[in-house]
Design a protein around this ligand. Structure first.
Ligand SMILES: Cc1cc2nc3c(=O)[nH]c(=O)nc-3n(C[C@H](O)[C@H](O)[C@H](O)COP(=O)(O)OP(=O)(O)OC[C@H]3O[C@@H](n4cnc5c(N)ncnc54)[C@H](O)[C@@H]3O)c2cc1C
Length: 403
C-alpha cells in the first residue's frame, strides 16, 4: 500500500513518479556499493545522469509564471533520499547554496554559477557556514546574531578579501562555487553578516582532506581555508541586514528539507522490512504475521505517515507569509525545527526497529536497512542537531534565551 498524500496535485504525482523511476533504475541496483565507492566513479556517473536531466543550476523564478507547488521541495528530498541520502544531499545543497543569490536576484552570481556547467561536471555548489569553533553558534542567530562568525570579509577597493576557515560543508572540494557565510564586523552583529560567493579557482582557496564518516559517503565534506581570497564586491549576495535574513531563511529551509529527507530514509527502510518480514519464516509463519512484529510495523507506519503529513503542512505554511510570517520568522523557525526533530526521531526509531525485525540480516549491507540507519543519524545531527532545534521550537512560543 503506497498512496500519494491527498494534497498532491497530478503534477506533484508525476514528479514523484519520475524520481521514483530514476531511483529504482539508477540507484537501487547499486545502492549497497555506494559507500565503498571511495573514488566516486559510480557516484559521479549517477550525478552526471542527474545533470543531464537539468537538475543542477540556478534561476530566479519568473514572476509571470505561476509558482511551483508548495510540495516540490518535499517530494524531491523524500524520493531522492529513499535512493541515497548523500546523493539527495548533493542536489539539495547545490540549490540551498544558491538561495541567497536567487532571493537577492543577483544575476551576476547566478550567471557565474550556471556558466561553470561547461567546465565542471556535475556543476555543484557548496554552502559554507559551519566553522571549526562551532556550527551551532553560527546557526544560533536569534541569540548570537552572527557575532561568533570568525571568517572575516574586509572591503579593499572593489574587492572583498576573505580570511578564515569552514568545517564540514557538503560538496566541499568538488563544487564550482562556494557561498561563504562571513562577518565584516562582529560588533555589528547581523548587520555585519555577509554571504559572499567564491568561485572554485579563486586564488587563496584551499581544502583539507575528505572526512571519513559513518555513512553518506556520496556527500563529500572537508575543511575549506580562505587565505586572502579576493572576489569582486558584486559577489556578495545582497547587503547588510539582507544577507543575515537569507542566512536565517536557509536555516529554516534546511531544517524542513532535512525533515523530508528523514521521511525518505524511514520510508525506504520500512519498504525493505515489510518485504523481508513477509518472506522470512520464524516459528512456522512469516515474521510479520506474528502479532508482536505487526504491532512494531504499525507504529513505524504511523510515524512515517504523521512525519510526512507534518512536513507537507509546514511546506504549505511557508507559502502563506501573511499568516505565519516570512521564512525567517520565529513561527517558521519553530515549525521547521519541529518538523526536523520529529521526522528524525521517527526515522532513527524506524531504521533501528527495522534492523531488529530483520535480525542479523538487517546489519548486512546487501539488505539496505543498515545504510538508512547510518545515514539518518547524520540528518539528525546537522544544522544545529536536536538541542538547538529544541530551543528554536520554543522560541515560537515565548522569548526563550539560552545564553
Ligand atoms: C554529513 C554532513 C554534512 C554537513 N553539511 C554542512 C553544510 O552543507 N554546510 C555547513 O555549513 N555545515 C555542514 N555540516 C556541519 C553541521 O551542520 C554542523 O556540524 C552542526 O550544525 C553542528 O555543529 P558542530 O558539529 O560544530 O557542533 P557544536 O556547535 O560544537 O555543538 C555540539 C552540541 O552542543 C549542543 N549545543 C549547541 N548549542 C548549544 C546551546 N546554545 N546551549 C546548549 N547546548 C548547545 C548541542 O547538543 C549540539 O549538538 C555538515 C556536517 C556533516 C557531518
Amino acid at each position: 500500500m503506497e498512496h500519494f498524500p491527498p494534497v498532491y496535485s497530478d503534477e506533484d504525482k508525476m514528479l514523484a513518479q519520475a524520481i521514483r523511476r530514476f531511483v529504482d533504475q539508477e540507484i537501487m541496483p547499486v545502492r549497497d556499493k555506494i559507500d565503498d565507492d571511495v573514488d566516486h566513479v559510480l557516484i559521479n556517473s549517477i550525478l552526471n545522469k542527474m545533470s543531464a536531466l537539468g537538475v543542477f543550476g540556478a534561476r530566479v523564478q519568473d514572476e509571470n509564471v505561476p509558482p511551483p507547488s508548495p510540495y516540490v521541495g518535499h517530494i524531491v528530498a523524500e524520493e531522492m533520499t529513499r535512493g541515497d541520502a548523500g546523493i539527495g544531499l548533493v542536489l539539495g545543497i547545490s540549490q540551498w547554496a544558491m538561495y541567497a543569490a536567487i532571493r537577492a536576484k543577483n544575476q551576476e552570481v547566478i550567471d557565474l554559477y550556471n556558466s561553470m556547467a561547461e567546465k565542471k561536471k556535475p556543476n555543484l555548489a557548496c554552502y559554507a557556514m559551519t566553522e571549526p569553533a562551532s556550527g551551532c553558534d553560527v546557526e544560533n542567530l536569534p541569540e548570537l546574531h552572527g557575532r561568533t562568525i570568525k571568517t572575516r570579509a574586509v572591503q579593499d577597493g572593489d574587492y572583498w578579501v576573505i580570511n578564515g576557515a569552514k568545517r564540514f560543508p557538503s560538496n566541499a572540494g568538488i563544487s564550482s562555487i562556494y557561498c561563504v557565510v562571513c562577518q565584516t564586523d562582529p560588533e555589528k552583529g547581523e548587520e555585519g553578516i555577509a554571504q559572499i560567493y567564491v568561485p572554485y579557482d579563486a586564488k587563496g582557496l584551499s581544502f583539507g582532506k575528505f572526512e571519513n564518516k559513518a555513512g553518506m559517503q556520496s556527500d563529500r565534506n572537508c575543511d575549506i581555508y580562505f587565505d586572502d581570497v579576493r572576489v569582486p564586491l558584486s559577489y556578495r549576495a545582497d547587503g547588510p541586514g539582507k544577507d543575515a535574513e537569507y542566512l536565517k531563511d536557509n536555516v529554516t529551509e534546511g531544517r524542513l528539507g532535512s525533515a523530508s529527507a528523514a521521511v525518505g530514509c524511514a520510508r525506504g527502510a520500512f519498504g525493505e522490512v515489510l518485504r523481508y518480514t513477509g518472506e522470512r519464516v520464524v516459528a512456522g509463519k512469516p515474521i510479520r504475521e506474528h502479532s508482536i512484529a505487526a504491532g512494531i510495523l504499525a507504529d513505524m507506519a504511523m510515524g512515517i505517515e504523521s512525519a510526512r503529513a507534518f512536513c507537507l503542512q509546514v511546506s504549505l505554511m511557508q507559502t502563506r507569509p501573511e499568516e505565519y510570517g516570512s521564512a525567517h520568522s520565529d513561527t517558521m523557525l519553530s515549525y521547521t525545527s519541529m518538523a526536523k526533530n520529529y521526522a528524525c526521531q521517527v526515522a532513527v526509531s524506524v531504521t533501528n526497529k527495522a534492523m531488529e525485525l530483520m535480525g542479523s540480516y538487517g546489519y548486512i549491507r546487501d539488505y539496505q536497512v543498515e545504510k538508512y540507519w547510518r545515514d539518518v543519524k547524520e540528518i539528525q545531527l546537522w544544522l544545529g542537531g536536536v538541542q538547538l532545534a529544541q530551543f528554536d521550537i520554543m522560541r515560537g512560543y515565548y522569548p526563550f534565551k539560552v545564553t
